[in-house]
Design a protein. Structure first.
Length: 155
C-alpha cells in the first residue's frame, strides 16, 4: 500500500487506506461532501505537514481522516507553503484517479491580506488549486478544514 494513501481516523487514530475507506463511506452515505485541508509548520529541525479529509454530512457534522508527517526542515517559507498546497491537490488527484468524486473544496491556510507572510504565495497557490479544477477556500473565507490541519501539526 502506498504511504500517501495511509491516513488515520481522527477519533481513534486507526490507520486506514483512505481510498478504500472513502469508497465504503460513500456507499453508506452517498450525500457526503468531501473537503480537503492542509497546513504545515517548522519545528526545530523538521517541517510537520498535515492533510485532512473531511467527509461532511449536512446536519450530521464531519467524519475526519488525516495524514501527518515530518520532513526535513524547509527553510524557504514559500516552498513549504506551496508544498503543503501541492500535497492537498495530490490527495484530491489520487481520489479522482481511483474513481472517487472531486472534493467540494480544497482549503488552504494562506491569507489574501498582504500584511501576512503567507500572502507571498497566495495567488500562486490559488492558481494551482483552481488550475487543477478544484474550488479553493482560504483565510477570510472560514476554511474550516485547515483548522483541523492546524491542530494536527501542533499536537
Amino acid at each position: 500500500m502506498e504511504q500517501k494513501s495511509l491516513f488515520r481516523k481522527m477519533h481513534s487514530s486507526a490507520e486506514v487506506d483512505f481510498i478504500a475507506y472513502l469508497k465504503d463511506y460513500l456507499l453508506t452515505f452517498p450525500e457526503t461532501e468531501i473537503m480537503i485541508g492542509c497546513d504545515s509548520q517548522n519545528y526545530a529541525e523538521s517541517t510537520i505537514y498535515a492533510i485532512v479529509i473531511a467527509m461532511y454530512r449536512q446536519g450530521k457534522g464531519a467524519h475526519v481522516l488525516y495524514r501527518r508527517w515530518k520532513a526535513s526542515k524547509e527553510l524557504v517559507r514559500s516552498t513549504r507553503l506551496l508544498t503543503e498546497v501541492w500535497n492537498a491537490i495530490e490527495t484530491a488527484e489520487m481520489m479522482g484517479a481511483n474513481g472517487l468524486p472531486k472534493p467540494v473544496w480544497i482549503d488552504i491556510d494562506l491569507n489574501p491580506d498582504p500584511r501576512y507572510k503567507s500572502n507571498e504565495v497566495f495567488r500562486q497557490a490559488v492558481g494551482m488549486v483552481e488550475g487543477m479544477g478544484y474550488k479553493v477556500r482560504y483565510k477570510t473565507m472560514d476554511p474550516m478544514i485547515t483548522y483541523a490541519a492546524d491542530y494536527l501539526i501542533k499536537v
